[in-house]
Design a protein around this ligand. Structure first.
Ligand code: HEC
Ligand code: HEC
Length: 153
């Protein structure tokens, strides 16, 4: 008799556990559409195609002191402990020959604003601040506007 009660109780506990787990993680899409579209939570949807990077198009700034967007492809440009491909064109030494904009003097300043003889380590990893721009529609709408001083229309 005692064994039977224990058995019934444990089956009950198991069912309750499953029901609780389903409540916490309903699976499916939870009835919601998200940026992942209607892919179920537990599924991995196929990645989007690569977006097109516009060539040689300087994208205007939206606010003063914005790190300019990168107007060219950067695929296979290594930036690591051993090499910095960006500096091969953008350092003061190489910019003229490469026909590239040289990094501005802020890239030579340390955090006390002292100007160093070489590029400041805190500006070494260019992609922390500069990113390429692709030709894509925003995923969510926004009504951001340029600061007045940069507005051209
Ligand atoms: C082969 C040379 C070359 C390399 C390597 C290179 N760039 Fe450039 N970059 C240029 C040139 C030339 C321009 C000027 C605009 C143009 O003609 O595309 C430019 C423009 C830019 C600009 C825009 C500057 C402005 O005034 O608006 C940024 C930012 C930039 N590059 C960042 C980078 C970063 C970050 C890397 C490394 C991931 C990199 N570049 C690697 C040649 C290069
Ligand atoms: C911590 C953020 C940060 C990092 C890291 C950084 N930059 Fe910048 N960069 C900026 C900002 C902000 C500006 C715009 C204001 C200025 O010129 O200082 C800028 C401006 C520039 C410009 C335009 C200069 C001009 O005179 O118009 C170039 C080119 C550039 N950066 C290239 C690079 C490269 C190449 C690297 C890596 C070696 C790099 N930056 C790393 C923030 C950064």
């Amino acid at each position: 008799m005692k064994k039977l009660i224990v058995a019934i109780l444990s089956v009950g506990a198991l069912i309750a556990g499953v029901a609780q787990a389903e409540l916490n993680n309903p699976g499916g899409t939870g009835g919601l559409d998200s940026l992942r579209g209607s892919t179920n939570l537990e599924d991995t949807r196929p990645a989007d195609d690569f977006k097109h990077t516009p060539k040689d198009q300087l994208v205007e700034s939206s606010y003063v002191y914005q790190p300019p967007l990168i107007p060219h492809q950067i695929r296979n440009y290594e930036v690591s402990l051993n090499a910095n491909k960006c500096l091969a064109c953008h350092s003061w030494k190489n910019a003229k020959e490469a026909g590239a904009t040289k990094i501005s003097v802020t890239h030579y300043m340390n955090r006390e604003d002292a100007v160093l003889a070489d590029m400041s380590p805190r500006r070494y990893f260019c992609l922390q601040c500069h990113v390429p721009q692709v030709d894509a529609q925003p995923l969510v709408g926004n009504d951001f506007e340029r600061v007045d001083s940069l507005r051209t229309e």
